[in-house]
Design a protein around this ligand. Structure first.
Ligand SMILES: *Cc1c(COP(=O)(O)O)cnc(C)c1O
Length: 357
């Protein structure tokens, strides 16, 4: 499908843009353009366009506002030393987007439309891709039910959109170990639920647990399985990894309740090159506690596109905690290995990088 281009007649001035790019933060500022396409029953996808970034008019009866039929993706555009701009495994995001769409009873977005949208947006807003350090442009494709109808059924009309935000490092203070709150009052996902889909509803359901974490001085929440309250699943928006003294790198299996992170998958593929043995297996809260205490587990980290790899310092629960504030050596090594590929400083042996402009 052709994406028509409607350039913004009132782009931000170079001074205004440079001021933002000097200290972008995370997800606070948006570029001059966005992508929008519409799907309706009968017509399928149509009206794909790059257009000026701005508010969208919505009918107050739009189904998404009532029944939360919404999914999203998150990926980044990285500026390499020669000035070119690249994305990391965008096809994997397109595939996952459509798995999420299927779970939420939404239409699929053709892979070409998903990938072309990203490319066109990055091309027209290339001046917004910051260089240097861990700066990048965060891309947020999303889809929502736009039909004005209060009956409960999959909607007959959807919008697919992509917006872009220049970003710096996710944690502004640099890489430092985070404290994780073990949620025992709330579950994130259950068998048969939407845990494996990247949908806004999962995040909404996790916010109260996140507040509980903040009250305990923790930055993130660790969710356990909803049945036995025993097995480690993931954080609100990041997957977890455990480094064992014997050289194994363990992450919980996805099994329908965990979001299949692209960072998680990439680390499974990279582990061998780093002399580690990747293993997907269930790991219990008890094993985390006793493993850290005995020294069998030497490092714990979280991973996701936004923050790359973040060391987990402490696991905190009602009445106790385990771990220290040290930054693991293997965590740092894996982090740099991934960043080196993304920023074009290391050879792309897996064919993960895709040039945008
Ligand atoms: C997006 C997300 C992740 C990380 O996925 P990446 O593809 O690595 O960015 C992990 N958990 C949840 C719940 C997520 O929404």
């Amino acid at each position: 499908m052709e994406i028509s281009i409607k350039p913004n007649p009132a782009c931000a001035s170079q001074e205004a843009r440079n001021q933002i790019l000097a200290a972008p933060g995370f997800g606070k500022f948006f570029t001059d353009h966005m992508v929008s396409a519409t799907w309706s029953q009968g017509r399928g996808w149509h009206d794909a366009q790059v257009m000026p970034y701005g508010p969208i008019a919505m009918d107050p009866a739009s189904a998404v506002l009532h029944y939360a039929q919404e999914i999203f993706e998150g990926l980044k555009a990285y500026r390499h030393a020669d000035g070119s701009v690249w994305s990391f495994r965008p096809q994997a995001n397109a595939l996952r987007f459509n798995r999420s769409a299927a779970r939420l009873a939404m239409p699929e977005v053709p892979e070409a439309l998903f990938l072309d949208s990203i490319r066109e947006l990055v091309k027209i807003d290339a001046a917004w891709v910051p260089g240097g350090g861990e700066n990048s442009m965060y891309l947020r494709p999303f889809m929502f039910a736009s039909e004005a109808f209060l009956g409960v059924r999959p909607a007959n009309e959807y919008k697919f959109m992509v917006i872009a935000s220049p970003v710096g490092a996710y944690f502004s203070g640099g890489v430092k170990p985070v404290k994780i709150w073990l949620s025992s009052n709330y579950a994130r996902a259950a068998f048969g639920g939407t845990g494996a889909a990247k949908c806004g509803g999962n995040y909404a359901a996790g916010l109260l647990a996140q507040m509980e974490a903040s009250e305990r001085g923790c930055e993130q929440v660790c969710f356990v399985d909803a049945t036995e309250h025993k097995w480690i699943e993931e954080l609100g928006g990041m997957n977890l990894y455990f480094v064992f003294k014997d050289g194994t790198l363990v992450t919980p299996p996805t099994k329908g309740t965990i979001l299949e992170g692209i960072t998680r998958g990439s680390l499974l593929a990279l582990a061998g090159e780093q002399g580690l043995k990747p293993v997907e297996r269930a790991i219990s809260v008890d094993e985390w506690r006793s493993g850290v205490s005995s020294g069998a587990i030497t490092e714990v980290f979280a991973c996701g596109t936004a923050a790359v790899i973040t060391p987990v310092g402490k696991l905190v629960w009602e009445g106790g905690s385990v771990g220290d504030e040290k930054m693991g050596e293997i965590t740092l090594r894996l982090r740099n290995a991934l960043l080196d590929i993304q920023y074009g400083r290391a050879p792309d042996k897996h064919g993960w990088m895709s040039k945008l402009c």
